[in-house]
Design a protein around this ligand. Structure first.
Ligand SMILES: [Zn+2]
Ligand SMILES: [Zn+2]
Length: 265
């Protein structure tokens, strides 16, 4: 309990620096936080040095991140290993009837990359976004996929967002927009109207039933038919959540609609 409080305080000191936008303030906060609370690797809890490449992963854990490299499934982004011939069906999404065009992901959600996502989602670790940004920038399939699109974060229910203090998918979308540059921007066009219980214990059918009508267009949101939209979520698991969101945007008139996730679970 005590350690968790100390860790989240250190995280919030760093996060304040990260979000301030002023390099000096950021360096100042990070420096203070490092002295008072020495940084540890979010994956193995071992000590960190300035030469690790990542800011929150040690060298071995950083090297162990399972980065996705082409060729990959065009629907969910899972990599194809070995020789790829003919139709590109994928066991991870072949039972999904996607309501979006194509998908891409930066990493497989295991080991160190999983630790980054868990830190962001459940431990208030907004500071790990800088390492996620590094991984995204080093994944051309992600940057090309989001460039010059309108990024639409998968929303959290307002109750959950109040509890967490932020929507991790929104933060990932902002990070991707900054990394891709150009006219890439973030628009929270969706809202979650049903407070669905956590999805992890459900199979695909239960998830779909659970998510039926869980999302709606945000009030005042407008869809422009010529615009390319890319839904953003932290993780692709069964695709059910992204598909529900895609259905809402499709019905509102979105024609050019793709998805992107940081990880593939
Ligand atoms: Zn480590
Ligand atoms: Zn797939």
């Amino acid at each position: 309990m005590g350690l968790r409080v100390v860790r989240s305080l250190a995280g919030s000191l760093r996060a304040r620096g990260v979000e301030s936008g002023f390099a000096t303030v950021r360096a100042g906060w990070a420096g203070v936080a490092d002295i008072v609370f020495p940084r540890v690797c979010v994956a193995c809890r071992g000590p960190l040095t300035d030469d690790d490449g990542f800011r929150h992963l040690c060298s071995p854990c950083g090297a162990a991140v399972a980065r996705i490299r082409p060729p990959a499934c065009g629907v969910c982004g899972h990599p194809f290993w070995g020789v790829v011939e003919g139709a590109r069906t994928c066991v991870h999404c072949d039972r999904l009837a996607p309501r979006f065009g194509s998908g891409a992901a930066a990493v497989l959600l295991r080991g160190s990359a999983r630790a980054l996502v868990l830190e962001l989602k459940y431990h208030g670790g907004r500071h790990v976004l800088e390492d996620m940004a590094k991984l995204a920038r080093e994944s051309p399939q992600i940057i090309d996929h989001v460039k010059d699109a309108v990024l639409v974060p998968v929303p959290l229910h307002p109750r959950k967002q109040r509890e967490r203090g932020y929507n991790q998918s929104h933060l990932i979308a902002l990070m991707l927009a900054r990394s891709a540059g150009g006219t890439t921007c973030v628009r929270p066009l969706l809202r979650r109207i049903v407070d669905t219980v956590t999805q992890t214990a459900f199979d695909r059918k239960q998830r779909q039933a659970n998510l039926k009508n869980a999302f709606a267009l945000a009030s005042g949101a407008t869809i422009v038919s010529g615009t390319r939209y890319v839904l953003v979520d932290d993780v692709f698991t069964t695709g059910s959540t992204l598909n529900s969101c895609a259905g809402v945007l499709r019905e509102a008139g979105a024609v050019n609609l793709d998805v992107v996730t940081f990880g593939h679970g």
